[in-house]
Design a protein around this ligand. Structure first.
Ligand code: GDP
Length: 296
């Protein structure tokens, strides 16, 4: 399960800190060295770790900690608060357009779980009372259109498709008109993915963005890919100015680095997480719960 290693290491450090009767500046330094190691081993981006440690250290050597009766507890509280901030602070909600349909454009590399997330998000939003329409814009792989149709059938949510002979821009535009005329209030566009980021893919995604002006562009990244997930997020964000990130496969054997790094590196929050292969294995990302889980 995600964060198991990090959690175990940090909990050991915290145990030591908690029992500290008095804390000197030197002790704080020593504690931070261990926290730093634990974060790096969890594959958290090195620059993110550096900034995090600097912030925590600065607060932890402050008067109120060193002179407190429970300095260990104070340090833990600071680590906890800064972990929450690192992951974005509050829960990041989805934008909903006052004049429907709200359009969500899903982007990401092939295999990240994008198509699955389209189904999961549609299912989730319907439970919130929405009426979503799924849109198949990956025209390069006939199997991708089929996959979305199969998903749609499973959850009984309609899929708008025009096969593989029409341009994705055209399909996306038509789908929004269709949604408006058929009273769908939410449009979820599944775009093409590639194994690697390339110019052609980015160009196409930019064109879809320009022509349908989605209310949100959500990047789907595989948390199992660690540092790569962060690089992917940075590249997509530079080109498309994304609105949020959906991290998949948090149920796997991931070390959690991506969950802790992407917000700091891109400035864009993680909005949802995929926690399994089932369509119901999907939930909003709660930075405070995640921080509590990490610190035990
Ligand atoms: P796409 O190429 O980005 O559209 O990726 P797919 O949606 O086809 O997903 C790729 C694989 O990842 C599939 O086998 C999915 O079942 C699997 N997958 C997607 N999300 C999750 C998740 O949160 N947890 C796990 N364990 N598997 C996932």
């Amino acid at each position: 399960m995600v964060f198991e290693g990090l959690s175990e290491k940090l909990q050991n450090v915290m145990k030591k800190i908690r029992s500290a009767g008095r804390v000197t500046e030197k002790d704080v330094k020593e504690m931070m060295r261990e926290v730093r190691m634990a974060l790096l081993e969890a594959d958290v981006n090195y620059k993110v770790v550096k900034d995090f440690i600097a912030k925590v250290s600065e607060r932890a050597v402050g008067q109120e900690v060193l002179e407190s009766l429970t300095p260990g507890q104070q340090v833990i509280k600071i680590v906890h608060e800064e972990l929450i901030q690192l992951m974005g602070g509050a829960v990041a909600k989805l934008t909903v357009s006052p004049s429907p349909p709200t359009v969500y454009m899903m982007v990401g590399l092939q295999g990240a779980g994008k198509t699955t997330v389209c189904g999961k998000l549609a299912n989730y939003l319907r439970k919130q009372g929405k009426r979503p329409l799924l849109v198949a814009c990956d025209v390069y792989r006939p199997a991708a259109v089929k996959q979305l149709q199969v998903l749609g059938k499973q959850i009984d949510i309609p899929v708008f498709e025009m096969g593989t002979g029409t341009s994705p821009v055209e399909i996306a535009k038509k789908s929004v008109d269709y949604a408006r005329s058929m009273q769908f209030d939410t449009v979820i566009i599944d775009t093409a993915g590639r194994l690697h980021i390339d110019e052609e893919l980015m160009h196409e995604l930019e064109n879809i963005k320009l022509s349908v002006k989605p209310h949100e562009i959500l990047l789907v990244v595989d948390s199992m890919t660690g540092q790569d997930a962060v690089n992917v997020a940075e590249s997509f964000n530079n080109r498309l100015d994304i609105d949020g990130i959906i991290l998949t496969k948090l149920d796997g054997d991931t070390r959690g680095g991506a969950a802790l790094s992407t917000k700091a590196v891109t400035g864009k929050p993680v909005k949802f997480v995929g926690i399994g292969e089932k369509l119901s294995d999907f939930e909003p990302f709660y930075p405070d719960r995640m921080a509590s889980r990490i610190l035990g």
